[in-house]
Write a protein that binds this ligand. Structure first.
Ligand code: CMP
Length: 139
């Protein structure tokens, strides 16, 4: 089934000029970038986006990191896009990520792990709606 998922290219990757290299892995995996914008996330946006993690010990560090430099927010389209992008990203901790995945190729640590991808179709819709309107998505 064709799905949309939400992706963020995180500050560790934008800082190292890796946006194009990350996008090449995404596109080579058969996912289509149907919306994309480079933004500086506000603290309010990051706190809302990561609300489910607000009780975790790393929450403050996560918000600091996500607001530390520009990010690229994206909508990816493809067959089973949610699960497919999670495969393409690799494990959250780059030390456990499979060869060829974005995190194995580029991520620096579990916190500075280069990309975010939605973990379910329901969350994908909520996350996309936080950053894009329907008109922004051009399939
Ligand atoms: P992400 O998929 O964006 O969703 C939650 C994020 O929290 C996760 O990627 C990691 O970047 C971050 N995270 C998870 N575990 C830790 C940790 N132990 N320390 C710092 N950040 C973490």
């Amino acid at each position: 089934m064709t799905e949309h998922t939400f992706s963020i290219i995180k500050p560790d990757a934008t800082r190292r000029n890796l946006t194009g290299k990350v996008n090449a892995v995404i596109e080579d995996a058969g996912l289509r970038i149907v919306a994309q914008r480079r933004i500086k996330m506000s603290r309010a946006q990051a706190e809302k986006f990561y609300e489910v993690h607000s009780e975790r010990p790393f929450f403050g560090e996560l918000v600091d990191f996500m607001t530390s430099a520009p990010v690229v927010v994206q909508v990816l389209e493809g067959d089973n896009a949610v699960a497919r992008y999670r495969e393409v990203m690799g494990a959250t901790n780059p030390a456990q990520a499979a060869d060829g995945t974005i995190r194995k190729l580029f991520a620096e640590s579990v916190g500075e792990n280069s990309v975010h991808g939605s973990d379910s179709l329901e969350n994908a819709q909520l996350e996309i709606a936080q950053f894009f309107s329907a008109d922004d998505i051009v399939g």
